[in-house]
Design a protein around this ligand. Structure first.
Ligand code: SF4
Ligand code: SF4
Ligand code: SF4
Length: 661
C-alpha cells in the first residue's frame, strides 16, 4: 500500500515527464535523418526480432551472454511487478490481491525468485566490470568502469533490495503470505533486531526507496546509454532484411550532395542505430582494423554518430550549420579520415552486433562524401581511380592484355544461346601473374566437366567492386550500367566467377540496375559438378599435406557460402580441411577488402600478418583460399613472416591437381 498516494502521483508525473521529454528530444533528432523504408515484409522482420531480440541469439554467443539474457528477461517479467507498483502507488486498491489467490501466489513466487536472480546477475556484472574488464568493454570514450555503468547497475540492485525489504517487512507484519515468497520470507526471518522491531517503518522506508529508484531510473533512462532498453528491440525489427552486402544506389543530379558529410545526411535508421548501441564491444572485438591497432573502431563510429547528433541537434533543427564536424576532426563526435579509410568492409562487426546495427554502410556513405564532394582520399587511390576510368582495371593495363592468360589453351567467346556460362575472369584473374594460374585451373576444370562456357575476351570490364566500397559511386554507377548493357547485348544470364568480390557485386549490386543474373562462385559450381558426378577426379590430392581453409568475407559472411568450398576440398583431398580458430562467420579478413587492396597500410600491425600468424599456429602445409585478394595477402604475409615451405593455393588449383592423370 502506498504511504502517500498524492505525493507519489506528483513524483510519478515529474518522472514520466522527464522520460517523455527525454524520449522526444532523442527521437525528434532521429527524425532529422533522410527517409528510408524499413517496414516492408513485417512478418520476416517480426520473426527475426523474436529470435534475436527476445531469444538474445547473438548475446548468448559469448560466455557472459547468459548473464545479460537473465537480466533482459527479468526486466520483462518484473515490468509487470513494477507496473503494479506504480498503479497501486496512486490507487491503493489496484493490487495483485485483487486477483484470484492461486494466480496471485504464482505471480508473487515468480517475482520473488526473479528478483533474486536479477540481484545475483547485477552483482556478477559489477564484479566483471571491476575485476575482469575485458578490453572490448572499453573504447576511447566509454570505459568498462564508467560511473554511468555503475549508476545503472546500482539503481537495479537498489530496486531489488527495496523489493525484498518491502515484502520481508510485510511478511513480518503478517499481511503477506510467506509460502508465496520464499526469498522475502527468508529475509523476514533473518532481519536484524533493529529492523524487526518496527516492520511497518521498514515497509514504509523500503516502499519509498523502491519508488525513488524506479522513478529515477525512468527519468534517467532516455539520457543514458541504457536508452537501448527502449530501442534495441525495435532496432532488430527495423534492421535491413538481409545483412548488407551492397550499398544503396545514389541518384546523380546537379546541385545534389552525395554521401554523408554531416549527420543529418544519414537516414533516420542510421541515426536510430546510434541510439540502439548497447556498448557491448562485440563489433570492436571482431573488427580486423581495431584488432590490429588502426584508428577505426566500429563501436566508436556508432558512438560518434550519436554524439555528433546530440551536439549538433539544436543547430540542425534551426537550419543552421553544425558546429561539430562529422568527418575529419579528432575527438568525440567525429571520425577522422584515417578511420573512414581503414575499413575492409568485411562485415565482421555487423555479423556479431546483438542489435543488428549496420556499421559498414555508414562508413561507405562517409567515403562517398569524401570522394565525391571533397575529392579527399589517400594519394594512392588517385592512380587506382584513374586506371579504372581510363582502362577499366586497377593497374591501367591495356584491355587487349585481358586474353593473355589463355595463351596456352583454347578459349571460346561467349555466344548468346550457345554458351551456358560466362566465365567472368575478373581483373586479377586476367592480369595478375599468380591469379592467372588459378584462371587456367578453373578453365581446365570446366572443360573436364564438359561445362559450356565462354568469355567476353578484351570486352570484359572491371565489375566495380572496389569503386563502390571506396565510395566512388559515380564511376561505379557508370561501370555497372555499361556492364549491364553489355551482358544484355550478349545475352548473358549465367555467370561463374573465381573472385568473391566480382561474385558479390554481379549478384547483389547489379540487381539494383534491373538485371537478374544467375551468378555462382567457382566453389559452388565445382561442388555441384562433383556432387552430380559431372566432374570426375582422376586421383585424390595428397601432396598438399595439411590443408587449412581461409573463408573469404565476400563469399562467407556477405553471401553465406560456407559449405561449398569445404565440400570441394573434402572430395578432392579425402579429408575435411583444417580450420582457423576464427572461421566461417567469425573468419578474420585478409585485409584487402573494401578497396584496402589498393591502399598503403601504415597504421598498426598489417592485417594479413595477423591472419597468417593465426594460420601458422595450425601448422599447415597449404593455406587454401577462394579469392584473388586473399591469395595475394596470404602469400605476401608468408613471405614477410618467412613462413617456410607453407604454400597458398586457390581451391580451383587444388581440384585441378586431382585432374592430373
Ligand atoms: S566492416 Fe570489417 S573492417 Fe569495417 S568496421 Fe566492420 S569489422 Fe571493421
Ligand atoms: S554497435 Fe553493436 S556490437 Fe558494437 S558495441 Fe554497439 S551493440 Fe555492441
Ligand atoms: S580479400 Fe578476402 S578476406 Fe579480405 S575482404 Fe575480400 S574476401 Fe574478405
Amino acid at each position: 500500500m502506498s504511504p502517500n498516494p498524492k505525493l507519489f502521483a506528483v513524483l510519478l508525473l515529474l518522472s514520466a515527464s522527464a522520460f517523455v521529454i527525454g524520449c522526444y528530444r532523442r527521437f525528434s533528432l532521429v527524425a532529422l535523418g533522410r527517409p528510408e523504408n524499413r517496414l516492408d515484409a513485417p512478418g520476416t522482420r517480426f520473426s527475426r526480432m523474436l529470435r534475436l531480440a527476445f531469444g538474445q541469439q547473438r548475446v548468448l554467443g559469448k560466455p557472459f551472454g547468459m548473464n545479460h539474457f537473465v537480466i533482459f528477461w527479468s526486466f520483462i517479467i518484473l515490468a509487470a511487478a513494477n507496473a503494479e507498483f506504480l498503479a497501486s502507488g496512486m490507487l491503493p486498491q489496484v493490487t495483485l490481491a485483487a486477483l484470484p489467490a492461486p494466480l496471485q501466489h504464482a505471480l508473487l513466487l515468480l517475482f520473488d525468485l526473479v528478483s533474486l536472480l536479477t540481484l545475483a546477475c547485477v552483482l556478477i556484472a559489477c564484479a566483471r566490470r571491476l575485476f575482469f574488464p575485458e578490453p572490448s568493454l572499453s573504447s576511447d570514450y566509454v570505459k568498462a568502469r564508467s560511473p554511468e555503468a555503475f549508476l545503472i547497475l546500482s539503481l537495479i540492485a537498489l530496486l531489488m533490495l527495496a523489493y525484498f525489504g518491502l515484502h520481508a517487512a510485510r511478511i513480518a507484519m503478517g499481511v503477506e503470505i510467506p509460502a508465496a515468497m520464499p526469498v522475502s520470507a527468508f529475509i523476514a526471518r533473518h532481519l536484524p533486531d533493529a529492523l524487526a522491531a518496527d516492520p511497518a517503518a521498514l515497509a514504509t522506508w523500503s516502499w519509498w526507496l523502491h519508488a525513488l529508484a524506479l522513478l529515477s531510473f525512468l527519468a534517467y533512462l532516455p539520457q543514458s546509454k541504457h536508452m537501448h532498453i527502449l530501442t534495441a528491440i525495435p532496432n532488430c525489427f527495423l534492421a535491413g532484411r538481409e545483412q548488407p552486402n551492397t550499398q544503396p544506389r545514389e541518384q546523380f543530379a546537379r546541385g545534389m550532395s552525395f554521401g554523408v558529410g554531416r549527420v543529418d545526411e544519414f537516414t533516420w535508421k542510421d541515426l536510430f542505430d546510434s541510439f540502439s548501441c548497447t556498448e557491448c564491444g562485440r563489433c570492436q572485438e571482431a573488427c580486423p582494423a581495431s584488432a590490429t591497432g588502426k584508428s577505426l573502431n566500429p563501436r566508436a563510429v556508432i558512438h560518434a554518430v550519436k554524439t555528433n547528433l546530440l551536439a549538433n541537434g539544436a543547430a540542425l533543427r534551426a537550419g543552421e550549420k553544425p558546429a561539430v564536424p562529422l568527418i575529419g576532426a579528432e575527438g568525440e563526435g567525429s571520425a577522422t579520415e584515417a578511420t573512414v579509410w581503414a575499413c575492409t568492409t568485411c562485415g565482421a562487426c555487423m555479423n556479431v552486433c546483438p542489435v543488428l546495427i549496420e556499421h559498414m554502410p555508414k562508413i561507405v556513405k562517409m567515403r562517398r562524401h569524401l570522394v565525391q564532394m571533397k575529392a579527399s582520399f589517400p594519394e594512392e587511390l588517385a592512380t587506382f581511380f584513374e586506371n579504372i576510368e581510363a582502362r577499366s582495371n586497377p593497374w591501367g593495363i591495356a584491355p587487349t592484355e585481358r586474353t593473355k592468360w589463355h595463351a596456352t589453351m583454347q578459349v571460346r567467346p561467349f555466344e548468346a544461346g550457345q554458351t551456358e556460362y560466362l566465365l567472368y575472369v575478373g581483373c586479377a584473374g586476367a592480369f595478375d601473374a599468380r591469379q592467372k594460374q588459378v584462371t587456367v585451373a578453373l578453365a581446365s576444370i570446366l572443360d573436364a566437366a564438359g561445362v559450356s562456357w565462354g568469355t567476353l575476351g578484351k570486352d570484359e570490364r572491371c565489375c566495380g567492386d572496389s569503386l563502390r566500397r571506396l565510395g566512388n559511386e559515380y564511376v561505379f554507377d557508370r561501370t555497372a550500367r555499361e556492364n549491364v548493357d553489355l551482358f544484355a547485348q550478349r545475352g548473358v544470364r549465367k555467370i561463374v566467377t573465381q573472385c568473391p568480390h566480382c561474385f558479390s557485386t554481379l549478384k547483389n549490386d547489379y540487381r539494383q540496375y534491373g538485371i537478374e543474373l544467375e551468378v555462382v562462385h567457382h566453389s559452388e559450381l565445382i561442388a555441384a559438378l562433383l556432387a552430380a558426378g559431372q566432374l570426375q577426379l582422376k586421383q585424390r590430392v595428397a601432396d598438399l599435406g595439411r590443408l587449412l581453409f581461409h573463408d573469404s568475407c565476400y563469399l562467407g559472411r556477405h553471401n553465406d557460402v560456407y559449405d561449398a568450398p569445404r565440400q570441394v576440398l573434402k572430395t578432392a583431398t579425402g579429408a575435411e580441411p583444417a580450420e582457423f580458430d576464427r572461421n566461417a562467420g567469425r573468419s578474420f579478413c585478409c585485409g584487402a577488402g573494401g578497396g584496402r587492396m589498393w591502399q598503403e597500410e601504415q597504421e598498426g600491425e598489417r592485417i594479413n600478418l595477423n591472419r597468417v600468424k593465426e594460420a601458422l599456429r595450425q601448422n599447415p602445409d597449404t593455406i587454401c583460399v577462394s579469392c584473388p585478394y586473399c591469395l595475394t595477402m596470404m602469400e605476401d604475409g608468408l613471405k614477410d613472416l618467412q613462413g617456410g615451405s607453407v604454400r597458398v593455393k586457390d581451391l580451383a588449383e587444388v581440384v585441378a591437381e586431382g585432374l592430373r592423370p
